[in-house]
Design a protein around this ligand. Structure first.
Ligand SMILES: CC(C)(COP(=O)(O)OP(=O)(O)OC[C@H]1O[C@@H](n2cnc3c(N)ncnc32)[C@H](O)[C@@H]1OP(=O)(O)O)[C@@H](O)C(=O)NCCC(=O)NCCS
Length: 152
């Protein structure tokens, strides 16, 4: 059974490996970028594990919009190893991060996704996220992004 647990520093290289297999060069994070997001004081990172092997992870964050009393959550990235995609690991990770953000006083979650990432778009829509706006040339200065959001 796949289980969730918090990220530990020893997981780092496996997370980079999964991310680089999921995204093309230029969109995948470098080790430096990955470290930056993982080390953000407000970040929450969960890993999904099957018999000791990491199958995927999610990095989420929260911030407080100006004058708001509650927080806004943000999914930085969610990556599932290519050989186990479409088996429920992404759903487990997203549900885990949403529940953690809710516990951390977030009442809304946003994220960005490339307009041509059909699998991820379908995944987010299925989980209740709606497109809020288009972010022109957001990826590689040429591919539009979509800002999506969901009320928790
Ligand atoms: C997008 C992503 C995170 C989704 O994760 P996932 O593990 O593949 O997602 P799930 O398995 O939970 O759900 C996806 C599909 O599997 C199906 N599924 C879920 N549980 C299942 C199970 N136990 N058995 C078989 N199929 C299942 C779902 O019905 C869903 O089908 P649909 O997309 O046709 O509606 C993953 O594909 C991924 O890492 N992609 C590359 C990185 C990426 O693009 N990340 C998003 C960046 S914005």
């Amino acid at each position: 059974m796949v289980t969730l647990r918090p990220y530990q520093p020893a997981d780092f290289l496996r997370l980079v490996e999964i991310d680089q297999a999921c995204f093309i060069e230029g969109i995948a994070y470098s080790e430096e970028e990955m470290r930056y997001f993982l080390d953000m004081p407000s970040a929450t990172t969960l890993v999904a594990e099957l018999e000791g092997a990491i199958q995927g992870f999610i990095i989420a964050d929260r911030f407080r919009p100006r004058r708001a009393s509650r927080y806004m959550g943000r999914i930085i990235t969610i990556d599932v190893a290519t050989d186990v995609q479409s088996t429920g690991v992404g759903t487990l990770l997203l549900n885990g991060a949403e529940s953690e953000l809710k516990d951390r006083l977030c009442d809304y979650i946003c994220l960005e996704v490339a307009v041509n990432n059909e699998r991820a778009l379908r995944f987010y829509k299925k989980h209740g996220y709606s497109v809020l706006k288009t972010l022109p040339n957001y990826y590689l200065d040429s591919i539009d992004g979509l800002l999506m959001g969901k009320k928790l």
